[in-house]
Each structure stands twice: as C-alpha cells, then as structure tokens.
Design a protein. Structure first.
Ligand SMILES: Nc1ncnc2c1ncn2[C@@H]1O[C@H](COP(=O)(O)OP(=O)(O)OP(=O)(O)O)[C@@H](O)[C@H]1O
Length: 275
C-alpha cells in the first residue's frame, strides 16, 4: 500500500501508532473501551516490552499491530504502510503454541510458505535454516508431541522466522514454561533477535523478563489502557541482572505497575458492586 502518513514520523519506523484505540463490541456484553490514545514509534531492530495490569489491552494492541483486528480510534503504520490486514512481515507468536500435530516439525515451520506456493525443496531448505537458528535442526522430522514445551515454543519462533518477518509480535510466549526453561528461552530469543535484525514487541507480566530483554518498556495504565510511561533499559548487553542498576530498574517498574494494579482492582470491585 502507498505511503499514507502524516509527516510526523519516518517511513523507516517498524511500527507507528497514532492515537490508537479499540472499543470491543462483544455480542451480548456491553461494548467497552479496552485501549485508547496510544502513540508509539518502534525503530527497526528495537526490542520493546509491553507491561501492564491484566486486561489493560496489551494483547489487543499486538493484534492491532498484527493487522488481525481493526483499531476503532487512530491509525497504525509499519515501514510506511498503513496496517489494515495481516502481513507475513509481522508474525505473531502466542503463549500456547498451536502446531499441527499431524505434520512434522519442518512441515509446521514451512506451513506459511506452502500457502505462498513454495515447492517442497524450497520449504525444506528454509525450514532447515530457521530450525538451525533455534537449535532444533536435528528435530526436523519429529512430530510436535515428541517435543518438550520449550522446544515447541522454539519451533513456533522458527515458524515465524521462516517468513522472514521484520516485526516479531510475542504475546507472553514463555508464560507456560517453568522458570529455568523461561530463562534459557530469553537468552535464546536475544540471540535470534540479534541475528534476525527484526523488531520485537513482547508482552509480559514479569518485571524480571522486561529488564532482561527490553530496550524500552512501555508501561500501560489500567483499563482503558493508555501509555503511562516508557522506561528505557540502558543496561549493556549481555546484561548483569544482579547489578545495582538492574535492581533499581526492577524497583521503578514494580512501583509503576503497583499503582495501576491497585487501580484495576478498585475498578473491578466497583464494577462487581454495580453489576
Ligand atoms: N475478542 C474480544 N472480544 C471482546 N473483548 C475482548 C476481546 N479481546 C479482548 N477483549 C477485552 O479487552 C480487554 C483487554 O484485553 P487484553 O487481552 O488485550 O488485555 P491484556 O492486557 O493483554 O490482559 P492479560 O494481561 O490479562 O492477558 C479485556 O477487557 C478483554 O476482555
């Protein structure tokens, strides 16, 4: 699509949101405003983490950026193109991986390419390269039920990488994993991110994870979600997460989040009383 943007941002930006919001009109439920007034610019190759209380619209914003849902306020662009449909340039990875159990690992990874009409040889070679990057080339011919949860999430990352996305959207991708596996997956993701040059937008509830991964942490208010503040994580990489600076950032993020979680709880109680 042609460049169609106000002159306030660069067409090189990986993601641009201007005044973005979403009101869900959900069947018999009351329509409600999940997200409002989001202005955000994400640079190419930047790692941005979304942190906020439950229900503040973090996932909703990822779906809008993915082009899976339409914004009801404002507009979004990716590399100068208006976002109004999904694109292979923007891959979304969920908390629970949905791999096809009847396909092998490489067939799962190259599934998007088969929809594009790529032949078997090309698909297998792209899948091999993507699996190599996530350290699972040896598992190419296995089926998903032969893999652990962490390995399945790595296959999901390989599947996203096979489409050579410029933007990786990750919705709590490691939430279902145990603490040790999650820490390893974070290191692995940082390697993949560095190699791929993609921008990553990553939703988490974990402050530790935000400090370990992000260039910037976007902290949201309680519903309707707005950007409360953006905290740069200026720690050198690889990061020493036990440093005083890392601890100070965790404390600052904890304080910012605590205010919003308290507000969200108070609102939920008020709603319960009036319901
Ligand atoms: N498809 C949908 N239809 C109707 N309402 C929805 C839909 N998806 C999300 N919502 C509502 O939008 C609000 C924001 O939800 P969302 O999942 O984006 O928040 P979140 O910050 O990601 O929450 P969590 O951290 O708990 O995953 C919630 O009130 C949710 O019920």
């Amino acid at each position: 699509m042609a460049f169609d943007a106000p002159p306030t941002f660069s067409s090189k930006d990986a993601v641009v949101c201007r005044g973005v919001g979403k009101t869900w009109a959900a069947g018999t439920r009351r329509a409600h405003n999940a997200l409002t007034g989001i202005d955000l610019d994400v640079a190419p190759g930047e790692f941005v983490v979304f942190l906020g209380p439950s229900g503040c619209g973090k996932s909703t914003l990822l779906y809008l950026i993915a082009g899976l849902e339409d914004a009801t306020e404002g507009q979004l662009w990716s590399f100068g193109d208006l976002v109004d449909t999904p694109s292979p340039e923007r891959s979304l990875i969920f908390q629970e991986t949905s791999l096809f159990p009847w396909l092998t690992v490489w067939e799962n990874v190259s599934f998007g390419l088969s929809i594009r009409g790529a032949g078997k040889e090309e698909r297998r070679s792209v899948a091999a390269e993507a699996l190599q990057r996530v350290g699972l080339k040896a598992a190419m011919d296995k089926r998903p039920d032969e893999l652990s949860g962490g390995m399945r999430q790595r296959v999901a990352v390989a599947r996203a990488l096979a489409m050579r996305p410029k933007v990786l959207l990750m919705d709590e991708p490691f939430a279902a994993l145990d603490v040790q596996t999650r820490a390893r997956m974070q290191d692995f993701l940082l390697d993949v991110w560095r190699d791929s040059g993609a921008s990553v937008l990553f939703v988490t509830h974990h402050i530790d994870e935000a400090v370990a991964l992000a260039d910037r942490v976007v902290v949201f208010t309680s519903r309707p979600g707005r950007i409360k503040t953006i905290v740069p994580i200026d720690l050198p990489r690889p990061r020493n997460l036990f440093s005083r600076e890392a601890e100070e950032l965790r404390i600052r993020l904890t304080d910012l989040l605590r205010d919003e979680v308290d507000r969200a709880f108070a609102e939920q109680e008020a709603l319960a009383v009036t319901a």
